[in-house]
Write a protein that binds this ligand. Structure first.
Ligand SMILES: N=CN[C@@H](CCC(=O)O)C(=O)O
Ligand SMILES: [Zn+2]
Length: 425
């Protein structure tokens, strides 16, 4: 054991070389760069070399240094998976709402009756920072066991300052104490809280005048997100909040066209948002505008599956030139899963994406969706030593053999954190 790791003789090593500058689009999403009998050399937490085993070993042996060898024969080696959209930090769960939905209630009916996001917010307001930390820590362990090494996490279960701050502080604690890197997003505009129900415009003002400046002053988040949806925040309100955030240096994300078409994709393009997420009901015009503006579409097929809704048209988006990323949307209401590999299967079977495009969507495009394209998402010299090894011989089998967790070994910042399916940090 030491500072040097060699992952040797992978049956397929997928590097995604050459994709750090900008997210991949169209045909580019299928350019994985696959090396057979591939080896990765990691030193001091960073990738030092990747290529065919004989070539890497010739360089390594010349240096005569000790290394931990990980045998990847018969296995698939990819960049550590990245989940660019989660509601990781929350209290409680909502299985009774699942039951109600199975009997015909809709997600929005439940939310409008004071349940849904409001129910999770009540519980999250009552939980301590430590309780939120402990629950999220356990969920992060599950993410890691599914091959995920970086997670974006949103606030949004407070919709008042103290709880929003508590969630974002818990995210900081997790970033320090858990091997997974956490990237934080402020989402005060997740729902209009009950005490502002009759005066939603005042809540928008409160976010703009009070919460956003404090988020920036206290360095609590990098991104700013709004749930733009009929009955939640209108496009003009979302625009005000996202523009105000941008002036303060917060990059814009938007929950767009999830339940109803609502000009969310168009708004994302107009604002130059880094991502527009969900997009189940995005219009053709909205998709076209996203492609022109280079907005990344973060697709969340777990949500369509769980809400029994029509899936986003991933195929059309890729064919139209939208860079696509994939995510779990992990949250207690619309997608209570940490399995990014399941999301990958759904993307193939329900959104018309190919296995190669899906690999791109959970690695380099997901990295760009959180502004980390230069640090993670591909196996290239100088990038973080974040690697996932799956117990399948090729990337197509990963997506074909569904409902099974094929994650075998995970390396984070050059340290083995999952070995033979067990946490070892
Ligand atoms: N749609 C808004 N937010 C989440 C769901 C949050 C919840 O139901 O708790 C989503 O992305 O699906
Ligand atoms: Zn979400």
């Amino acid at each position: 054991m030491g500072d040097t790791i060699l992952i040797r003789n992978a049956s397929q090593l997928v590097t995604l070389k050459g994709s750090s500058e900008a997210p991949l689009t169209g045909q580019g999403m299928s350019n994985l760069e696959i090396i057979e009998n591939g080896t990765v050399w990691i030193k001091d937490g960073v990738i030092k070399a990747a290529g065919r085993d004989e070539q890497i070993m010739a360089d390594y042996e010349a240096g005569n240094e000790a290394a931990e060898i990980i045998d990847a024969r018969g296995r698939l080696v990819v960049p550590g998976l990245i989940d660019p959209h989660t509601h990781l930090i929350h209290a409680g769960s909502r299985e009774e709402e699942f039951n109600m939905r199975l009997s015909g209630a809709t997600y929005m009916d439940i939310m409008n009756a004071g349940g849904g996001i409001h129910a999770t917010a009540s519980k999250t307001r009552m939980a301590s920072r430590e309780e939120l930390f402990r629950k999220a820590f356990a969920n992060l362990n599950e993410f890691l066991l599914h091959g995920v090494t970086t997670v974006e996490a949103k606030s949004g279960y407070g919709m008042e300052w103290e709880t929003e701050k508590k969630q974002l502080l818990a995210a900081k604690d997790l970033n320090e104490h858990h091997p997974i890197d956490i990237i934080s997003t402020f989402m005060g505009a997740h729902a209009v809280p009950a005490d502002y129900k009759e005066r939603p415009e005042e809540f928008v003002d409160h976010i703009i005048d009070y919460m956003l400046p404090k988020i920036v002053e206290e360095g609590l988040a990098e991104f700013n997100d709004v749930f733009c949806e009929q009955g939640v925040f209108r496009p003009d309100q979302a625009r005000r909040i996202l523009e105000a955030g941008k002036k303060l240096g917060l990059k814009a994300k938007i929950h767009a066209d999830e339940i109803e078409p609502y000009q969310g994709a168009e708004l994302a393009a107009e604002l130059g948002a880094i991502t527009a997420d969900h997009l189940l009901k995005a219009t053709d015009a909205g998709i076209k505008r996203m492609a022109e503006a280079g907005v990344i579409g973060v697709l969340l097929p777990g949500t369509a599956f769980f809400l029994m809704a029509e899936f986003a048209n991933g195929r059309k988006m890729i064919d139209s030139g939208v860079p696509v990323a994939l995510s779990t949307d992990f949250n207690p209401g619309s997608s209570p899963t940490v399995s990014l590999p399941l999301i990958m299967n759904l993307a193939c079977l329900k959104m018309g994406m190919t296995p190669a495009e899906v690999i791109t969507a959970v690695t380099i495009n997901a990295a760009h969706a959180i502004g980390r394209g230069k640090e993670i998402g591909s196996i290239e010299i100088g990038k973080k030593g974040d690697i996932t090894i799956f117990n399948v011989p090729n990337y197509m089998k990963l997506q074909y053999s569904f409902g099974v967790n094929h994650t075998h070994t995970v390396i984070k910042n050059g340290r083995v954190v999952v070995r033979e399916r067990k946490l070892v940090f």
